[in-house]
Design a protein around this ligand. Sequence first.
Ligand code: FOL
Length: 198
Amino acid sequence: MTNFALVVAATEELGIGLLSTLPWRIPRDMAFFKHVTTHVPEDSDKATQQNAVIMGRVTWESIPPKFRPLNDRFNIIVSRNPTYDMELADLANQSTVLVNNMEDAFNEAQKQNSARVFVIGGAQVYKIAIKHAKCTHIILTRVRSKVDCDTFFPEISDEEFRLASHEELEAYVEQPVPKGVQTHKELQYEFTMYIRKK
Ligand code: FOL
């Protein structure tokens, strides 16, 4: 199986969602998310390869319809309900597939010869994915302000992961990334990354 990364924005308490949607709107973070998940690394076959994004059904439904499926990425939606009724237009779309579980999601990503594979939420999917030895990176936008959340990212174990340097983050995303605490309106946030220890 190929390695994969988790991409997430979370508070200090690891809050990620409220009422089945994102608790904030941070345009620069969304632009960062789009770059990270779309960018095919320099050493891949850019002409033929795309990245894959794996998400749970609730996360899929939280993406505004006009941005669904996430463009220039192969979208893999996980739902245990086999009759989950996605819009026909979405399923007919060549870049979207519905699977039953995470193992099938990873197999599907591999079958598509994806350059990079990203797990983009939500809580149930992150909880399974973070335990996988193949989960080598966590690209975490840390929201430093207090925000009310009802859904949480799993604990990031110090035994399993170390905080990467800013240079390591930039090397991974192959693009300059703003360093240190950023401000959007009343919100403070910071781009960080964790790497699985050997
Ligand atoms: N990771 C980070 N860093 N920030 C997030 O907001 C985030 N969100 C999710 C997963 N990982 C994340 C899940 N939620 C879109 C909407 C919700 C969402 C993920 C993506 C979305 O519409 N993305 C569009 C761009 C939209 C825009 O430009 O406003 C895309 O093309 O990626």
